[in-house]
Design a protein around this ligand. Sequence first.
Ligand code: PMM
Length: 289
Amino acid sequence: MLPHPLDQTPDRTLVMGILNVTPDSFSDGGAHDTVETAIAHGRRLLAEGADVIDVGGESTRPGAHAVSPEEEQARILPVVEALLAEGAVVSVDTMHTATARAALEVGPVIVNDVSGLVHEPDMPALIAQTGAPYVVMHNRGNPQTMDALTDYRDTVEDVVRELQEVVDRFLAAGAAPEQLILDPGLGFAKAGEQNWELLRGLDRMQALGFPVLVAASRKRFLGTLLAGPDGADPAPAERDHATAAVSAISAAHGAWGVRVHDVRASADAVRVGSAWRGASAGAPGGGAA
Ligand code: PMM
């Protein structure tokens, strides 16, 4: 068993900083696509207050083209190795079991798999064998089909049930419940309003008893919310204040973590939300001291 990468973490909602080593991610594609620029950006995210760095080598935006596991590993493994050597907590954003395995050979990482386990049936066995923390994200279909798979009877109830089904597959493979982190998969097989329903229903997801990760950063539903009078969505990087607001709400509801591009704003926002959650509301009718 590898040491748990989250053995020493603060008692508040964590900030996971996004490091996409890809030429085509929807909001920052191409910005950090060499090993050196990616490592430098990872260091910057740590300095800004990231508790975890989420390193990804394959864009998951709707319609994105798949990357081979070999190409993905060539992009991310040197970055993972360098950040682990600097003492960072690292997660690896991958849908490929081979890439998760290769990263776990480099060192103890969290496996962040946005596939919803649709593609790779041997992921549960790897997670059970290694004891690695694993993000179970809700998803349907693949980047080509997910936008059409948004029929829900009750969005929160259906997502919670489908997440539980994936959790059960990991437990059946021998993974421990403590390894699993749940994620509603905002923007993945979700249409605009459904993302808000899931944020509003975070408590119902938390009731499953697992830590919950919220990844709203710069997503389309925030762009839609912030559209100007001309109806045009602001560019992804113009959605960072709204993202920080979601981070505060998530922390107030006790989320385990938020996954964001702009770490600095969310590092403050989770402190606000966690402080609000931790404060006593006082007795009804009690006066201010
Ligand atoms: N979204 C993206 C990538 N990875 N991981 C998790 N756990 N949850 C998400 O919602 C998620 C993710 C897509 O966004 P990006 O292209 O900005 O990384």
